[in-house]
Design a binder for this molecule. Structure first.
Ligand SMILES: [Zn+2]
Length: 460
């Protein structure tokens, strides 16, 4: 059996152009593999129809552009270029004529290329959306393979990366244009605001990715900061940036909160891991903010200390240190810092005596570090016990850590992955929107035509 696929173009005046043969498919005996279309047939049909359709569209467009828009006289053609345009159904080459500007009206340039101006980005929005979405979830190389497997396109990891940077820069322009954050209004105005939503919880955390520079393949690490806002009801939202690269971290966090509908009279709790890069970020963003050290990070550090204490050789010291750590945890849980520091002093004295052994040296350092950590974060340590019993947030755990979800899964898990600060930062801007299910929405804001994409008429 033979199947012919033709395209019939019906012009705006209602007349049909002669049918254009697109693809002819042969089928012999019916087998499971030859029921209907194969993936290869599908790609061939899509790319052939795409080429046929776009050719007709471009001819009509450029013909219409030849006439001067003011006096309607035909403009003289100056030359013809070929314009390469990437779409989800193939890379196309269009004839793009250049016309002299019409002498009827003074013009800024002597000639114009209407098609080159219209298709200035050289990549169709829908392809750009697909490429950047997948590149935010899997590596650039896997994105290339994935798209080539299902669509008639062949691209290169470097092209995908360029596309990610291009669209992420567009996201960044909006942040830059918004400028620094300032809290609007005054307490009297906030008092008149409508009853706010339930409290908002925001966790802020940092993680590390392997660095490279343009000249150095291995260049240590740099820090990535992520935040996730968790409303009492509704979906959570996240954001991320590269510390030291981003110029507008406060604005970024503020945008995240306003996207969640934050009002100035709304209670908000910031939970952080106590690192100095994340501690100051949420300050002065909301008059109703509460800043806390995430209990998860306190208890993780205590767990490390307990593991270290179990390795101590002298049983007497081991028992007393473990008992002290137990008390320390209890005091910290109840926000009793006065007693917590007393216990820490006892602990320091006890482990100091173990100094000569390797285990002793290790735990002595850990205890000193922990004391420093608690000292620095004193203002952010509440009575966790009371909050917990009142049903107020004290930790963003046990939900998957935001660092793992936003950063590690894409940027750290494969050990050979190395990033420039700019590359990591830009990818994060796409990835957070994809994870929040906002990426398509961003594209439809940029390209409203995507929303009603097609305007197609189904065959009867
Ligand atoms: Zn004219």
């Amino acid at each position: 059996m033979q199947f012919q696929i033709q395209v019939i173009v019906t012009q705006d005046d209602g007349t049909d152009l002669p049918p254009i043969e697109v693809v002819t498919l042969q089928r012999t005996a019916l087998t499971p593999e030859t029921v209907g279309l194969t993936l290869a047939d599908g790609k061939l049909i899509l790319s052939s129809i795409q080429a046929t359709m776009t050719q007709a569209q471009v001819v009509v467009y450029t013909d219409a552009q030849q006439a001067c828009s003011i006096c309607h006289h035909a403009r003289t053609r100056k030359g013809l270029h070929h314009l390469v345009y990437r779409t989800a159904f193939g890379t196309l080459s269009f004839p793009s004529p250049r016309f002299y500007s019409c002498p009827c009206t003074p013009q800024t340039s002597r000639s114009t290329s209407p098609l080159a101006t219209l298709l200035g980005e050289r990549t169709a929005p829908e392809l750009s959306y697909l490429e950047t979405k997948w590149a935010s979830l899997v590596s650039y190389g896997v994105t290339v393979d994935l798209l080539a497997e299902v669509l008639p396109i062949h691209t290169h990891p470097a092209t995908i990366q360029r596309q990610v940077h291009h669209v992420a820069e567009r996201v960044e322009q909006a942040i830059a244009a918004a400028g620094p954050v300032s809290i609007e209004g005054c307490p009297a105005q906030w008092g008149r605001l409508p009853q706010p939503d339930e409290p908002l919880t925001v966790s802020i955390d940092g993680g590390y990715v392997h660095a490279r520079t343009d000249t150095q393949r291995k260049a240590g690490c740099f820090e990535v900061i992520v935040a996730k806002s968790i409303p009492t009801d509704g979906p959570s939202r996240c954001m991320g940036f590269v510390h030291g690269y981003d110029q507008q971290p406060k604005r970024r966090l503020f945008e995240l909160l306003t996207a969640q509908g934050l009002q100035m009279n709304q209670a908000i709790t910031f939970l952080s891991d106590g690192g100095d890069t994340v501690r100051d970020l949420p300050l002065y963003l909301s008059p109703e903010a509460n800043h806390l050290l995430d209990w998860f990070h306190v208890s993780m550090r205590l767990t490390v200390l307990v593991q270290g204490a179990k390795g101590l050789k002298r049983e007497e010291t081991r028992t007393s240190v473990l008992a002290d750590l137990d008390r320390l945890k209890w005091f910290l849980w109840h926000g009793n810092l006065f007693r917590a520091f007393q216990v820490l002093e006892d602990l320091e004295a006890a482990v100091d005596e173990e100094q000569p052994t390797t285990e002793g040296k290790k735990i002595t350092k850990w205890v000193h570090d922990f004391r420093r950590y608690i000292e620095i974060n004193q203002p952010f340590i509440p009575n966790y016990g009371v909050r917990y019993h009142a049903g107020e947030p004290i930790t963003s755990a046990p939900a998957e850590s935001t660092v793992n979800q936003v950063v590690s899964k894409r940027m750290v898990k494969q050990q050979q992955m190395r990033w420039t600060m700019r590359g990591a930062h830009l990818l994060l801007q796409v990835r957070t929107q994809v994870l929040d299910d906002q990426w398509r929405r961003t594209f439809t804001q940029w390209y409203p035509g995507l929303q009603t994409a097609g305007g197609s008429v189904a065959a009867a």
